[in-house]
Design a protein around this ligand. Sequence first.
Ligand code: ZN
Length: 336
Amino acid sequence: MTADRLSLPGFVTAHSHAFQRALRGRGAGGDFWAWREEMLAEAARQTPETVRAGYERTYRELRACGYTAVGEFHYLGMAEAAAALEAARAAEIEIVLLLAAYERGGLERFRQGSAGEYLEQVEMLRSGGARVGVAPHSVRACSAAWLTEIGRYAERERLVLHVHADEQPREIEECLAEHGVTPIELLARTGCLSPSTTVVHATHASDAELDLLADAGARVCLCPTTEANLGDGFPPIEGLLQRGIPLAIGSDSNVRIDPLEELRELEGIARRQTGRREIVPLPELLAIGSTNGAASLGLEAWPRVETDLSHPALQGVAPADVPAALVSSCSADVFS
Ligand SMILES: [Zn+2]
């Protein structure tokens, strides 16, 4: 720490869909499902060229706001995956490409013909030197057979596995109707829960599902500003903490790009839910924004970030209080 700079581990967005940055400000009223239609239309418009240019812009914004690594949850196709990797290189942000497996639903461009074809795509990216993780999109998009095959591959190859689950009540109802179990129960049954697993959202996870996550040593990535924007609900933060389930953050739809705001939302939700303060101890909260996200992505090294202590938002704050003031009272422009 020099006189006017404070160095911190870089923030990590463990869950991003960079193309969704284009949706900010658009109405798409109704609910999550109405928003999803707008999102699918935006996805349909993407080409390798739009991904290359648009992702670089978004990744530069992430970088300027203190994120130095990103887990890009990608379902737009292989040429677009290469473009995303190039964009990250140009923006000087570390990237782990979480290639989505998509069996059914969504757009045709999201889908592979078989789990084997999907795993070939993963192999292709790995042989090109990309850092990758496997990402069965969700229990909506992947059958039990696909989940089983992908879970087995991830374990054998020691790759991280990311999957959306329990973001919306309807997904849980559909899973119960199809399988007779809830989404996280299905992930457990198909071998997709392990210490290398990150479940994204878990907003409506039941106590039994949280127990399964804890037993497996799995992580949960919360995306508070996106979950608020989409009306997903409040994640069961106290239940996650009580079970010692490691948390990470994701900028997800990138409706906001600000790691401090994600952490403030997370802690704020927990305070409103419990009526108490400092639910997540500060060192743990900062780790949720940085080291936990890196662990979730299997990243061992990622750049640090410099805080500008001469920023007006930090004037008059005692040096020892700066880390807490960052989370309670600052925006990401303290990092630029
Ligand atoms: Zn997502």
